[in-house]
Design a protein around this ligand. Sequence first.
Ligand code: HSE
Length: 420
Amino acid sequence: MKEVVLGLLGLGNIGGGVWDLVREFGGEVEKRTGVKLRIKKALVLDVKIHGGKEVPDEVLTTDKNDILEDPEIQIVCEFLGGEQPAASMMLRALENGKSVVTANKMALSLHFDELRAMAGKTGAGLYYEASVGGAIPIINAIQSPLIANHIEQMMGIVNGTTNYILTRMTAEGAEYEDVLKDAQRLGLAEPDPTADVEGYDAAYKLSIAGSLAFHSRVKVENVYREGITKVSAEDIAFGREMGYVLKLLAIGKDNGDSIEARVHPVFLPADHPLARVDGSLNAVYLYGHSFKDMMLEGRGAGDAPTASAIVGDIIQAAQNAAHPMPYLREDPLPVADDWHSKYFIRMKAKDAPGVLAEVTGLLGGEGISISTMMQKGAAPDGKATLIFITHEASEKAVQRALKSMNPEICVVENVIRVEE
Ligand code: HSE
């Protein structure tokens, strides 16, 4: 039996989940792995407030140095969230030769290079399975069992809040703002939902998982990002009529000489494996040259599912004498600022002769070919709703064509990419 001594930075939702899992299931984990987990210290803001957990007084501390500078603590688990002071504390732990386990996608994504470099220098381990997809073992999968693959594509539903909102909008024909309010009331969306609904959370996750899948650093500032706030019940209903389901996806593609990295709403064919992943579930769909396609699905958030991934990482950190460092190429591939996709374009146009010809002429002028078109009869204001689905076209060409449209004749109300 090998005892590992742990220090927890934070004892909130996730830290509390880890505390519970270690207390309730640590004995079983020890039988299975030979590793006994001992939580020596937990950093809290106030020793009187620790989430109602029965934690012995001697475990609680308000001094980070009781963890970061204690030579007996071998593994530091970071649950503070946010960029700082989480990143600096992780860096210090690694500098002191302690392995770090974290679920903090923001601090990790923004300080990935620094943290990796420090881990490489001191030989400490850096583990972050829980940072992407919660309990789903995607980080391990791409680094180990799937390593003998050229991963060409990764498409993920990696944000449960937005998937919950879109699922309800789809099922109920409800508008975004109404479902958001309800989700906030139920505690399923944050009071300030920006990080989730504007796609920041998904972009951090794509930056981490994409860097590993494509072995090339994908910085979060290079990820194209668009959230779900502009999506209307009308878009979802029209898409449905045409056989599509709307999801917020994190998409990574290896095009050989560049990487695509983008987060935005996507219409998927209703029979796509990701289209049926509903509610707050997460899923990652991968295509690799030898395994072909695969989808991993599960809970992407919540204290117990996240703790499941964290304890898994702790055991790996305890068992690995040499901590493997994922290979990333030294000359990262550029992240593409243009890509090809199909497009759903919804516009309001004057219902008059020649309007359709003008609109399709502008699209055609940019080399954009139309695959399907639908007109919904004239509204009382004499305007009709036009929906186009294009064939594959360049993002930049679509943006140029839409910009050139005369607002007197047609107003573009939304554009949603379509992946098949
Ligand atoms: N806020 C995230 C979500 C969970 O809604 O999926 C933590 O990454």
